[in-house]
Ligand binder design. Structure first.
Ligand SMILES: [Zn+2]
Length: 104
């Protein structure tokens, strides 16, 4: 368990450190520094779910967590979500993000 706050090195944080986006990235990392490994993974997994396509890569850059770790957290959050919504039937894998981009 690391309590060192990760510093985002994305373009926005480097070029515009006082921007809203840079502040948001610092806020995410501040919260993450207070969580244990499992909670950290799930928190970032939830953010990945909310942000959609390409978010795992972006969040990996922002948080320093590896992409497989974020994907695992995302899957765990989806499982918790399913378990908590009684009576709602979802097709297996229905909530998953599509990995393959179809050619136009
Ligand atoms: Zn950033």
């Amino acid at each position: 368990m690391s309590e060192i706050e990760h510093q985002c090195t994305c373009r926005v944080c480097c070029d515009h450190p006082s921007s809203r986006t840079a502040k948001e990235h610092r806020a995410i990392n501040r919260v993450l520094s207070t969580l244990n490994e499992k909670s950290r993974r799930r928190f970032v997994g939830l953010l990945a779910l909310q942000r959609g396509r390409g978010s795992v890569e972006r969040l990996s850059e922002i948080t320093g967590l590896s992409r497989p770790t974020i994907r695992r957290g995302r899957t765990e959050v989806q499982k918790v979500e399913r378990a908590g919504t009684a009576g709602r039937v979802r097709r297996r894998g229905a909530g998953r993000l599509r990995v393959i981009r179809f050619a136009a």
